[in-house]
Design a protein around this ligand. Sequence first.
Ligand code: ZN
Length: 146
Amino acid sequence: MRHAIGLARLCPKSTTAFAVGAVIVGADGVELADGFSRETDPKVHAEEAALNKLGDEPSTRDALAHATIYSTLEPCSQRGSADRVPCTDRILAAGIRRVVIAWREPATFVTNCVGVEKLREHGIEVIELADMADEAMSMNRHLDLN
Ligand SMILES: [Zn+2]
């Protein structure tokens, strides 16, 4: 999560989206990929940027089935851009079974994010590191976080 928070600090500043970092770690503790908001294009999300770096070879699918994705923010369950898949759906499609987040998405841009609920409904283990929430949202203080 420390690495993910460091990545969140690298995000190009935006007044219309959060700065988020994400790291995918394999069962052996080795990092598979990482990403941050707006890393590769103005709309890309952190989890999406990380997943986009991985192929869909059988070995990668197998590694993802035992991987954990650390994201500073709850994965989105709907997106402003209709042409982009919500990160919750990307995580489910990738076969990742464990998600660790630091803070839940507030109603700043989306009225009711249900990323955590949706992941849990699909049997994904979701762990919230509430004691790291302040640090993980520190680079988003310019946004309305209520
Ligand atoms: Zn997202």
